[in-house]
Design a protein around this ligand. Structure first.
Ligand SMILES: *Cc1c(COP(=O)(O)O)cnc(C)c1O
Length: 377
């Protein structure tokens, strides 16, 4: 085993990984068209379905080579029948990305936008569905990673189904980190990429959902060649492989990460992320730093922190000091509010957060930033 420096990534993914996952990528060269490799893919797909608590008979996992955004693109362009509309329940940057995908493909859609500081209004969703019987696909983001808000997917899913629409949810930054159950949550398709909840490497993404609906989409308009759900699914079913070259080494890392995922156990993992999140809040409170989202709608995975109103505050300098000491923090604007994010993703625990806050405090002191942090209001 090589000695690999352990960086603590507090950015919203990719996340800190174990050395065993990193090293799983160092394998003898193999042509991914060999039978041995197809066998690995089968187990990996089943694990993706299990992670989403899907039904191995009715549901399937379709893997793609790409970052998580590829899933958003694929679901929207592949699952909307001709002449029908998509409803995007949009309270953040990731659902806005889905709206952009609709715009790029020229898909009929409704962008049901609401405040990025709140959960969407279920009444508005219901009203929109009532007024638009041609909505065939409802889409939202489970955990809006830009703010840290967890959205009420189960309720939205029930409404979608009551109106005869399918429900597609971007679960990229929640799957494997907070409880999720494909069927109980009324979801037809969820999605994630290997570098988030699975704590593996970026470059491999997967969509989990209903075989029957994928098969139904066979004759929907083909809007993309590389990014079509049915084509990839069909190829997997016939050959056990991805249609085109898979990210071979990334697949090995994901297989190792699944071993570690089940060994840790889902409940234990959810609890670890949660106590890490609580430790982030404790550290922020000690420094007088404020979060921007109401605590009761926070996911337990991402904390958005408001920049202090201090003339000496300089995110870049604070970031650089932390980065030099092995901790990565991430800036982001929410509407007009300047924030940075601290996330409890990855193979980190309370001790890492405590170590981080020692370094963050040093960064504030070195830059003459007031402690407790100063805010004008
Ligand atoms: C990370 C993430 C994605 C994928 O983003 P990429 O930049 O393509 O990796 C999609 N949706 C959500 C909610 C995410 O957090």
């Amino acid at each position: 085993m090589m000695n690999i420096k352990r960086n603590i990534l507090l950015n919203p993914g990719p996340a800190t990984t174990t050395d065993t996952v990193k090293m799983a990528q160092v394998v003898p060269d193999i042509c991914p068209r060999e039978h041995d490799f197809a066998g690995l893919m089968k187990g990996l797909r089943e694990n993706c379905v299990r992670m989403a608590h899907g039904d191995l008979q009715k549901d399937t996992a379709v893997l793609f080579c790409g970052s998580g955004t590829i899933n958003i693109d694929i679901c929207l362009n592949s699952l909307l029948p001709e002449g029908k509309k998509a409803l995007i329940v949009n309270n953040g940057a990731y659902s806005s990305r889905a709206v952009e995908v609709c715009q790029y493909y020229g898909l009929h859609h409704i962008d049901l936008r609401s405040s990025v500081f709140e959960q969407p209004s279920l009444n508005e969703v219901e009203r929109t569905l009532d007024a638009n019987p041609d909505i065939a696909l409802v889409y939202t983001t489970h955990h809006e990673t830009g703010t840290g808000i967890l959205n009420p997917i189960r309720e939205i899913g029930a409404m979608a189904h009551a109106h005869g629409a399918i429900f597609v949810v971007d679960t990229t930054s929640s799957l494997g980190m907070v409880p999720f159950d494909l069927h109980q949550d009324n979801v037809d398709f969820c999605m994630a990429s290997a570098q988030k909840g699975l704590m593996a490497m970026s470059g491999l993404s997967f969509i989990v959902g209903s075989r029957e609906i994928i098969e139904r989409s066979k004759d929907y308009p083909k809007r993309s060649y590389y990014c079509n759900l049915f084509l990839q699914y069909d190829f997997f079913e016939k050959s056990g492989e991805m249609h085109f070259t898979p990210p071979v080494q990334t697949v090995y890392a994901a297989i190792q990460a699944f071993k570690e995922y089940w060994a840790e156990g889902e409940e234990a993992k959810f609890a670890r992320h949660h106590r890490t999140f609580e430790a982030i809040h404790r550290g922020l409170e000690e420094l007088g730093l404020r979060d921007v989202i109401r605590r009761d709608i926070q996911s337990g995975l991402v904390v958005s922190v408001k920049y202090p109103d201090d003339p000496n505050w300089d995110f870049g300098r604070v970031h650089d000091y932390c980065y030099e000491h092995g901790f990565t923090i991430y800036p982001g604007k929410i509407s007009t509010t300047n924030t940075f994010r601290l996330c409890s993703l990855g193979t980190i625990d309370v001790k890492d957060i405590e170590d981080f806050f020692v370094v963050l405090k040093e960064a504030l002191v070195k830059n003459n930033i007031q402690i407790p942090a100063h805010y004008n209001d």
